[in-house]
Design a protein around this ligand. Structure first.
Ligand code: HEM
Ligand code: HEM
Length: 176
């Protein structure tokens, strides 16, 4: 059996990146087509025919992304939590995923005329920040503090100890 490690193996990492990239892209394409490319229907502006397909792709990728996020729980997240590693960016990363899942759920099951003006914004504006958050998380995770032995060595080099110090006699000191 392979040893449990925080670092992801290459195929797991590729799958995670591909899943999150498609999730993000499908959301961004929905926003772009919704706001930038409405078409003129018989009764005024109507959604572009591709918009529904971006949402269908997005719903599919949302399920896949939650499964992928869950796949991080047994090793990546559990070990990093136990060893207190990279929590400063890991916990916000986890929080953002939970927020997107919760607001996505609300969008699917509670869409009303009253919340149509703000609920989608709570979801997709946070969603736009996902890649930025992930890049930050990975960069902070890769930054390793120097090992304790190297830190000790550096500290001792800075701490200069004078073996003896005989101050010269003061010039204007009166001789006995
Ligand atoms: C949805 C949540 C998360 C995602 C998508 C995620 C994703 C990633 C990815 C892709 C990497 C780069 C891995 C590599 O280069 O092998 C990484 C690194 C890391 N993450 Fe997370 N992570 C998440 C949550 C967390 C949490 C909650 C923690 C800590 C409590 C954490 C701790 C770390 C650490 C310590 C690294 C550096 C691993 C290393 O290079 O040895 N992650 N994360
Ligand atoms: C774990 C992450 C995510 C989950 C679980 C999730 C889930 C969902 C769900 C369930 C819906 C409702 C689908 C429907 O009404 O048929 C939705 C809509 C949407 N999502 Fe996400 N999503 C996530 C991340 C993102 C990201 C990263 C973006 C990027 C911008 C995004 C943008 C959107 C947009 C634009 C909509 C349509 C809003 C509307 O109908 O008014 N989502 N999402």
């Amino acid at each position: 059996m392979s040893k449990a490690v925080i670092r992801l193996d290459p195929s797991h990492k590729k799958l995670l990146y591909a899943g999150f990239a498609l999730l993000w892209l499908s959301g961004v394409l929905w926003v772009a087509f919704h706001y930038l490319f409405p078409i003129q229907g018989d009764f005024g502006p109507a959604p572009h025919p591709l918009q529904i397909w971006w949402l269908r792709l997005h719903g599919l990728m949302a399920m896949a992304a939650l499964a992928l996020a869950g796949s991080l729980a047994p090793n990546h997240i559990r070990l990093a939590m136990n060893r207190r590693k990279n929590q400063r960016s890991g916990l916000p990363m986890l929080g953002l995923t939970v927020w997107l899942a919760a607001t996505g759920y609300a969008l699917y099951y509670f869409p009303t005329d009253d919340n149509a003006a703000w609920l989608p914004l709570l979801h997709w504006i946070a969603g736009l920040a996902l890649p930025l958050m992930l890049v930050l998380h990975i960069r902070m995770g890769r930054h390793r503090p120097a090992p304790a032995s190297a830190q000790k060595r550096r500290a001792s080099q800075l701490h200069v100890v004078a073996t003896s110090y005989n101050p010269p006699p003061a010039r204007n000191q009166a001789s006995p």
